[in-house]
Design a protein around this ligand. Structure first.
Ligand SMILES: Cc1cc2nc3c(=O)[nH]c(=O)nc-3n(C[C@H](O)[C@H](O)[C@H](O)COP(=O)(O)OP(=O)(O)OC[C@H]3O[C@@H](n4cnc5c(N)ncnc54)[C@H](O)[C@@H]3O)c2cc1C
Length: 241
């Protein structure tokens, strides 16, 4: 077996003896090299190199003309990216800022903490985002971490058009970005850095203030809103370790 960079930087596992010209979906399959190597070499598992000419490969594993992983392998097109990455469960935030004196916000699940010292966080926004324009212009934003009960808020701030803050209990951060009062917690940030991220921009914020808002969170009873496979959901329960 050989492994070599595939388009987009991924690794392709090449079936031994193959010229590698069989086209997508046959002998070549994008894979995470380490995992496939370990699992495949051991037992002729899906994705393994098959060395036998026919019938049985090394170790008595059955030969496979079209070795493949248990799940389907598809090109990294947008729909596939959405579907596969949708299996990575996240929390849900609303990122807010100020645009021409008015509050603006959007639902964001690409939020992540980056660094403790200095205290930095990041999230990604579409290039054509009005929120991005606002953050660039005023230089600050706030992140509200949503609770299970705020699924309607997440839907509101994900809808096309400028979102309305009507009926929402909001606090005003020191720099002026609104914070959703019913959230589990919040972070106020100064725009620190921006990086290219394909059709998105990676926005890095330096945290200037933060806090837990929902006392139930302190007691451990409040549930975070989660996003999994395209659906807003509640966190069920902690796993046994
Ligand atoms: C659970 C969840 C998580 C999400 N996570 C993210 C995330 O991490 N990152 C992300 O980018 N999105 C995310 N979204 C989608 C995002 O919430 C919505 O797309 C939201 O509307 C984005 O707001 P915005 O201000 O960034 O973009 P908007 O400015 O509202 O852009 C949305 C559309 O409006 C158009 N538009 C821009 N300016 C104008 C104008 N002046 N007049 C008319 N139309 C205009 C844009 O071209 C674009 O097509 C998520 C949605 C959900 C449900």
């Amino acid at each position: 077996m050989t492994s070599e960079p595939g388009p987009g930087g991924g690794l392709f596992l090449r079936r031994s003896g193959s010229a590698g010209a069989g086209g997508a979906g046959s002998a070549e399959a994008p894979a995470t090299a380490g995992a496939a190597d370990a699992a495949g070499a051991a037992a002729g598992a899906p994705g393994a190199t098959v060395t036998g000419a026919s019938g049985e490969g090394a170790g008595g594993a059955p030969d496979r003309e079209n070795p493949h992983f248990p799940g389907e392998i598809v090109p990294p097109e947008p729909a596939a990216m959405r579907r596969v990455c949708g299996h990575f469960a996240t929390g849900v935030t609303v990122v807010t800022s100020v645009a021409d004196g008015s509050w603006i916000g959007a639902t964001v699940n690409s939020f992540s903490s980056v660094s403790l010292e200095p205290p930095w966080v990041l999230f990604c926004l579409r290039l054509d985002s009005r929120l991005l324009t606002a953050i660039r212009s005023c230089g600050h934003f706030a992140v509200s971490i949503l609770a299970t009960e705020q699924a309607g808020v997440a839907t509101r701030f994900a809808a096309p058009g400028l979102p309305s803050f009507d009926g929402l209990d909001c606090l005003t951060g020191a720099a002026g970005s609104p914070i959703l009062r019913d959230s589990l917690g919040y972070l106020e940030c100064k725009l620190a850095e921006e990086y290219p991220g394909g059709d998105h921009r990676i926005v890095v914020g330096a945290v200037t203030a933060l806090g837990v808002l929902d006392e139930r969170a302190v007691g451990g009873d409040a549930g975070p809103l989660t996003f999994y496979r395209g659906r807003l959901a509640r966190l069920d329960k902690e796993c046994e370790r």
